[in-house]
Write a protein that binds this ligand. Sequence first.
Ligand code: ATP
Ligand code: MG
Length: 365
Amino acid sequence: MEYAIETRKLVKRYPTKRSSSMGYGRGRGIPSFSALINLIRGSSGAYIEALKGIDLQIKPGEIFGILGPNGAGKSTLIKILCTLVLHDGGEVYVNGYDPSKEPSNVLKNLQAVLPESRGFSWRLSGKQNLEFYALLYGLDDTESKKRIDYLLELTELKERAEDGYQRYSTGMQRRLLLCRALIRDTPIIIFDEPTTGLDPTGAADFRDLLKNKLAYQEKKTILLSTHNLQEAQEICDRIAILDKGKILACDTPDNVRHLVIEEREIKIDILPIFPDKKYDLLVKQLNEFSYVTDIQPETNQNGRIFRINIRLKKEQEITEILKVISENELKIKSVNTQEPTLEEAFIQMTRQAKKKVIKEEETGK
Ligand SMILES: Nc1ncnc2c1ncn2[C@@H]1O[C@H](COP(=O)(O)OP(=O)(O)OP(=O)(O)O)[C@@H](O)[C@H]1O
Ligand SMILES: [Mg+2]
C-alpha cells in the first residue's frame, strides 16, 4: 500500500552550539571544505536529537493527530514533511516522494498551515489576498476564481470576503490561511496546532470544518499536531503520542486511552448510611477480592456515606462486588463506570517515559 505519509527510523538533530574553530567571518577564513559542510549542516558540535527514529504510516484519507508535550518534536516532524527542514537519518516519504530529494513533488502533494504562516496584505481584502496567491501559484484565472469562491463558501468567509484583511478576527484569519492552503487542491494538508489561540466556539467550528468538510467532503489526508487531547479524541482516526523525539503509542484514540490504564473506577451510589462496624466489614470483604485495588467512601454533610468509589482491574466484571454490597443490606441506587480519559493515558505514558530515561541515566545505559 502506498501511504500518504511514511517515515522509517526518521532522525533529526539540531546543533546546540558551534565549536569555536567553526567561527568564520572577516579575516578568519574557513579551515577546510569538510568544516564548511559541517558548518552548513550544523553537525560540528553538540546536538540535540529532536526525532529519534520515528516510524509512522499514515493512510490516504486519515485524520492523524500528533500529540506531545512541549519540545516533543511535533513541529520538527511537520517541518521535515513540508520541506522546511532536512532530516539527518532514516527515510521519509510524502505520497512516495522524499522531501529532501524531490521537494517540488512533495509540495505538489502537500500543503501546510503553520502557526507562523502569515503573508497576507493588510490592505487587500480576504478575497484579493487569495487571488494574489492564486496568481503566484500560476493557476488558471477562471479556475482559481471558481475555487476561491468555493473555498470562501466552505470556510464561511463569503460574507466577509470583500472586507479588508485587517478587519478579520483571529478565527477568520485562520480560516483564510486554510483557504490559501486549499487553493492548490493538494491531497494532504498538515496543520501545526490549528486551534491554538481560538476561542472555544471558534476551535469547535474549526474542528468541524476539518472533520466534516476537509476530510469527509474533500477527502483530504490530514495530519495535525495538537496539545489538546479532547480535540484529538474528537476528530482523529488515529493518534501518535510523541515524547522527546520518540513515539510512545500509535493507535485509535480509544485504544491509546486503554493502553496504559490498567484500572478503572466504579462509582456505586447507595442509600446513605452512617459508617459503622457493618460498613467496615463490607470494606474488608471487598478488599479480599484480589482485583480490587482501592475503596474510597464519599460522605455528605451529615457524615453519611452516599457513594463508594472502587478501583479495580480494567477487564474485571463487577457481579461479585455488587453481590457483597447487597448481601450487606445496602441499597444500591446506581452504578457508574469512570472510563479512563486520553488525558490520564497521556500523563501516565509521558511520566513512565521520563522515569525510564532517569533510570537509564542512572544505570549509565
Ligand atoms: N531550529 C532549532 N534549532 C535548535 N533546536 C531546535 C530547533 N527547533 C526545535 N529545536 C529543538 O528540538 C526539540 C523539538 O522541538 P519542536 O519544536 O519540534 O517541538 P514541539 O513538539 O513542536 O514543541 P511545542 O509543543 O512547544 O511546539 C526541542 O528540544 C527544541 O528545542
Ligand atoms: Mg511546535
